[in-house]
Design a protein around this ligand. Structure first.
Ligand code: BGC
Length: 494
């Protein structure tokens, strides 16, 4: 290696240093998150807390006796999905999906809901379900203050959505109004869930055991079953309820100030929701590519990348491409980090972006540049996995503490087992994210045995299963009320 490239490498490493998080730092982050969890669960502190710990009104999980036909609707990312799920001993699902056009994500709320209802109507027609009124599981993956299983008020949009007239409104009501406007079909009872809760439900259904629902995709978030005694904003002390942590907002209260790099600050400033969802912007798919892009701009400007070895004609065009926001997709990070694909893979991606630098450089310099780009990608994705590990550990420790409490202070080996059901493109498609996450979780919580399970279309089937559990509980209650009524000689008691 020439002295010139050695110098370049050490300068690059120095710039990337700010993304390295020591184990101690990750433990501090986990502790700060736990404090936010407590504030989020507190009656008087929730409003000011960044991590809202939102009650979902899901108080039971599938027990395998659920039966029936359900519709499921999944709104929360780039695609809108509609499913018809038949729940019996096994699940059968028919689905359709469609990309949500950019103008619907950022236009008027009514237009978005009309678009959704049109898709449901078309699906119902194609499935010949028009004469049935099916319960609907509605996965709506944004922070919502849930008031009941069928009432959910949007707190704020995330993940690039910004439709007007929806903030502060009940999304189930907006859906109903769109159904009334369109008169396309008759809507049954609605159960609204976050995608983390839907993932948890579907993993429990498939594997009997799951403790945490985790999403690392366009956005990031997690949920778990919390003891009601800790959920101060719901008036009930018994049993458990699924809590949607909305951990993506962590950091808004300032705990991540010393972790946020200048690159993160730039990405945040240029996002459509600056100052909020700080944690999400360091971890999830909508932002990882952007962080890599701004680092590559800095390295190019400092002539550490596409440096003095290329013609001056080329550099301005490189910078023009790199300075275009959203040019560098998170999926490129996954492709570039694929170990067995050689440097050609990275060169191909850069070519796709219009950066045909291999014509300008000798082979050695191409490899040198590719190496640096790979380092950048690896640094950013590893930090994301480590931050996620710190947060998973925080929830796992809470669950463990709750179990010890339930056992009156006794610790058992079985209680140390925690299962995490996971969905999302970053987790599933990135070649190393999963490994990095698992390894760091192990390091941060050696006393626990935390395992991860891939969820298969958790958002769709999970929503249907939530509707199925709600139906089972309602049927049980109706039977119970009937028995009581008979016991009272037919008179209705209140
Ligand atoms: C939303 C969460 C959601 C997560 C994953 C975040 O932006 O606030 O509600 O669960 O993305 O989709």
């Amino acid at each position: 290696m020439s002295t010139q490239s050695q110098d370049i490498r050490s300068e690059v490493l120095q710039i990337l240093q700010c993304f390295q998080l020591s184990e101690d730092k990750l433990k501090d982050i986990s502790d700060a998150l736990e404090k936010e969890f407590v504030r989020g669960l507190g009656k008087d502190t929730q409003e000011a807390a960044s991590v809202k710990m939102l009650p979902t009104f899901i108080v039971d999980t599938p027990d395998g006796t659920e039966k029936g036909d359900f519709l499921a609707l999944d709104v929360g990312g780039t695609n809108l999905r509609v499913h018809h799920v038949h729940v019996d001993k096994e699940l059968t699902t028919e689905s359709e999906e469609e990309k949500i056009p950019e103008e619907k994500m950022t236009g008027r709320g009514d237009d978005l809901f009309d678009f959704i209802v049109d898709k449901i109507s078309a699906f119902i027609d194609s499935q010949k379900l028009k004469d049935q009124v099916l319960p609907l599981g509605f996965t709506f993956s944004f922070p919502c203050q849930q008031k009941a299983i069928d009432k959910s008020i949007l707190i704020r949009w995330t993940k690039g959505f910004s439709c007007s007239g929806v903030d502060g409104k009940d999304v189930v009501q907006l859906l109903k109004e769109a159904v009334d406007r369109k008169q396309g079909f008759k809507m049954g009872p609605v159960s609204v869930v976050n995608d983390t809760a839907a993932t948890l439900m579907s993993c429990i259904y498939r594997n009997k055991k799951c403790d945490i629902g985790l999403i690392v995709g366009t956005g990031t978030n997690a949920c778990f079953m919390e003891d009601m005694r800790n959920v101060q904003c719901v008036d009930c002390e018994d049993g458990q309820m699924c809590i949607n942590t909305e951990w993506g907002a962590f950091g808004e209260e300032g705990s991540l100030k010393d972790v946020q790099t200048d690159f993160d600050i730039e990405v945040d400033k240029k996002s459509n929701n600056p100052g909020v969802h700080i944690f999400e912007k360091m971890i999830s798919g909508l932002y990882l590519g952007e962080i890599v892009r701004v680092v590559l701009v800095k390295l190019t400007e400092d002539e550490l990348l596409f440096g003095g070895q290329i013609s001056d004609k080329f550099r301005p065009s490189v910078l023009r491409v790199l300075k275009t926001p959203s040019q560098f997709k998170t999926e490129f990070i996954s492709e570039i980090e694929e170990q067995d694909k050689g440097p050609e893979n990275t060169v191909e991606i850069l070519n796709k972006l219009g950066l045909d630098f291999s014509r300008d450089l000798g082979r050695d310099w191409v490899e040198e540049n590719v190496k640096i780009i790979r380092w950048v990608c690896k640094t950013i994705s590893t930090r994301a996995a480590h931050l996620c590990a710190a947060a998973v550990t925080t929830i796992a420790m809470r669950i463990y503490a709750n179990r010890i409490y339930a056992n009156r202070g006794e610790k058992s080996t079985a209680d140390r087992n925690i299962t995490v059901g996971v969905d999302g493109t970053v987790y599933k498609k990135h070649p190393n994210f999963k490994k990095e996450l698992e390894a760091m979780v192990q390091q941060l919580a050696p006393e626990l045995h935390i395992t991860f399970q891939d969820s298969e279309d958790g958002s769709g089937t999970g929503a249907a299963l939530t509707a199925a559990v709600v139906q089972r509980l309602q049927n049980k209650k109706a039977e119970h009320d009937k028995r009581e009524e008979r016991g009272n000689g037919g008179s209705t008691s209140l």
